[in-house]
Write a protein that binds this ligand. Sequence first.
Ligand code: SF4
Length: 478
Amino acid sequence: MSNFINMDTAEIFISANCNLNCKYCYISKNESIPELDNKVISALEDGTYLQALKKSFPDPGKLKKLELWGGEPLLGMKVITKHIKEYFDCFPNLKSIYLSTNFAYHVEDLLLFLQKLSELDREIAIEIQISLDGPAPVTMLSRGAKVNELIEANLEMCAQALSEINLRKVKVNFKFKSTLSLDNIDYLSERENVIAYFSYFAKIAERFNQNCINKNISFRSGSMPNFVVPGQYTTEDGRRFFELIRTLEDTHEYCKSQGLLQNYSTFNFLNNNVKKAITIYNKGFKNMPLGFCGGLKSKAAVLYDGNMMVCHRAFFDYHQEYRDRVKENNDLLERKVMYNPNSLVEHAARYSMLNPSDEHDFAKISRRMEFIYKYQKLQISAIMANICELAYCGQVDSIYLQDEELLAKSALVVKLYPNCLYDNILTTGSFYLRDFSLVRLFCNGALEYLFSKINSSVCQSKQNPTQTAIPGAWSDRE
Ligand code: SF4
């Protein structure tokens, strides 16, 4: 077993279907989906999927976490509920389940699943991520009308029902995941709307925690939104993004002064990465976090035939029929696939595949993980070069051609932003390179503004310039 691959988490698919049609969804809802869904369901029913998982995890003690993915996983809840005991019987150290749901329909099936888990008499931690983009004016634009109402009603129902279920050793944690897109920027350009946005999540979580008296359940509030990635962001989008970041920062200052929304230490979802970038820079790029989800390193999407892929996002592309329909329907740009789209999707599906019984495949993926781990500074150099190229042609701020420190720190933020290796392949053809469009989004005012706000840390690093060897300068070749 390679030092660079040490998997303990499997993502499995329990439904290829979804009952929503979100604007930014990476899945092309084409004619091949029902057939794909049938394959998934019959593999779950007849035990083929469980056999595949055993093939992927030949040492059953290694598997600790199971993630249930779709499409919409609640559409596959009934079938996985019937068989979940077999999964726990096979994997003695399995102790955690994660799922990410739109929470709009079939929530009663989730309750039956939790009840079934409680009967196993094992300590199990469940994390349920509910995708909700914000109050109705925001979610309406991305996920459709009525989704807010449905989610709020389902949470009320759940809080009541879960208060009456004895979950024994099962603990459940709910949280929200919100996604922001350019469509929401105008709404969030007003201070009162920003306050309404963050208050909305806080109020729902608080109401749930008040209504649900089951001590095994909690609702964690305070999570930060993500911006849609990958994207096809332009220079103009980057300027609008800068305005958004400025409004978020100003509003947060205002809320602090008024004692509002005190559970939020920031409203700005780039803040943590900006702070991390300063620390990493000041420490001479030592102890850099990998900045990716761990796909094919600590976890993998396991298909019902036992092959593994870098990410659940690759599940659909793995199927020839799905890829054919995507090309026929010309859906590739919608899915942010750039350059030579037809060959890139084929390439991505092959490039990220791992047959666990094929030594050659293992060596190939292991080598890629090793490169990701060892050559992080080169990755930053590539992003720095990329920022400069875009500055030369006027697509990002020209300050990046003069301020090398800002350049290096900004490259770090780009690197640290949630990074899906599969997106990297689709947009650049490589595991290692991030898409250009994120640079246009971040480097047209937003990062410059944020770094200048944390001026004191910047000054500190300037007083001690010998600590920092910028990777682009080749002075610290590995
Ligand atoms: S709920 Fe998820 S899978 Fe369904 S359309 Fe929206 S983003 Fe796609």
